[in-house]
Design a binder for this molecule. Structure first.
Ligand SMILES: [Zn+2]
Length: 180
């Protein structure tokens, strides 16, 4: 089922996700719906708060050809789509600065500085705890989605200047959220 994506201004985006204690049918269904919703919205990642939920779950699918060539080989070990339950970044390395967007901030994007490489520990749909490393766009997507699970949004990563340049759009989104 395609779920509507919650946009900036809705309180749920500020909530911290609750760890998933067990992989139940409810969790499996949520993952299926989130994947379907992410593909329908043409996003590369989606966190549970963005569909009005609070389980610590995010989904990611970065197309190989969207990745810079230097990162492709390293990221090839990561099977897509990626389902991260209770994810936690355990190590970061280097820096990258690239354009970043978010389905909860339609038509807003800005260059954001992130770690170039991340190592993340997470539970898979099979319930097993595992670890992966990623670089480039995949690494950026993982950091962005885990931020969502902590109630941290794209706008929090923007500089004062960047925020000023999209202030009108942010205000409009907040107004729409208030009007439901
Ligand atoms: Zn986002």
């Amino acid at each position: 089922m395609i779920l509507p994506v919650v946009t900036f201004g809705h309180e749920i985006l500020r909530q911290k996700a609750v760890p998933v204690a067990e992989i139940t049918d409810t969790v499996r269904q949520l993952v299926r719906d989130m994947l379907e919703s992410m593909y329908a919205a043409k996003g590369v990642g989606l966190a549970s708060e963005q569909v009005g939920r609070t389980e610590s779950v995010c989904v990611i699918d970065v197309p190989r050809d969207a990745e810079k060539e230097a990162c492709r080989e390293e990221n090839a070990a990561v099977a897509m789509p990626l389902v991260l339950i209770n994810p936690e970044i355990t190590a970061t390395e280097g820096k990258q600065r690239n354009e970043e967007g978010c389905l909860s901030f339609p038509e807003i994007g800005a260059p954001i500085t992130r770690a170039d490489k991340v190592t993340v520990s997470y539970t898979g749909l099979d319930g097993a705890r595992q670890t992966l490393s990623a670089r480039g766009l995949l690494s950026r997507a993982i950091q962005h989605e885990i931020d969502h699970l902590n109630g941290i949004l794209l706008v929090d990563k923007m500089s004062a200047m960047q925020k000023m340049s999209v202030a009108g759009q942010l205000k409009r989104l907040q107004k729409e959220a208030r009007q439901g």
